[in-house]
Design a binder for this molecule. Structure first.
Ligand code: ZN
Length: 140
């Protein structure tokens, strides 16, 4: 039997049945600030209850990254994480996937959901990560 799959945290991302997954950001209706993850209070102007949920773009540019080769407990190496700049004007911290040796600052990366560890109950934990978009790919 396949182990149960649970999101790393509720409300971080959505995985519609017939559409690609996306991160759930928030846009403040008072000051316009866009942030991830969504929160009830705007961290730019401190208004409360003014942040509406905003599906974020699935593609962005890799701002910077590092490859981890010495594992913390419960993880397998190598893995990589970094910051991705999204068109909405925010920088998102994320795990990175694909060919880690081929990662390059400035390259276009795309969101995907993938299990990345198991929790204490043995369930597979589903997280988000960005993977390089193959050169020449024009898929939206
Ligand atoms: Zn605000």
């Amino acid at each position: 039997m396949e182990a149960e799959l649970v999101p790393v945290r509720e409300g971080l991302f959505a995985a519609p049945d017939n559409a690609p997954p996306y991160l759930i950001g928030g846009r403040c209706t008072v000051c316009g600030a866009v942030r991830f993850p969504w929160r009830t209070r705007c961290v730019a102007c401190f208004s409360s209850g003014t942040v509406e949920r905003l599906p974020l773009s699935r593609r962005g540019k890799l701002y910077t990254f590092t490859v981890v080769r010495v594992p913390p407990v419960g993880y397998e190496t190598p893995y990589a994480f970094g910051y991705v700049d999204l068109p909405e004007g925010l920088r998102v911290f994320a795990l990175l996937g694909g060919d880690l040796e081929a990662l390059q600052i400035g390259q276009t990366v795309e969101l995907e959901l993938a299990p990345y560890k198991r929790d204490r109950l043995g369930r597979r934990v589903l997280g988000y990560r960005f993977v390089p978009v193959p050169t020449g790919a024009r898929r939206a």
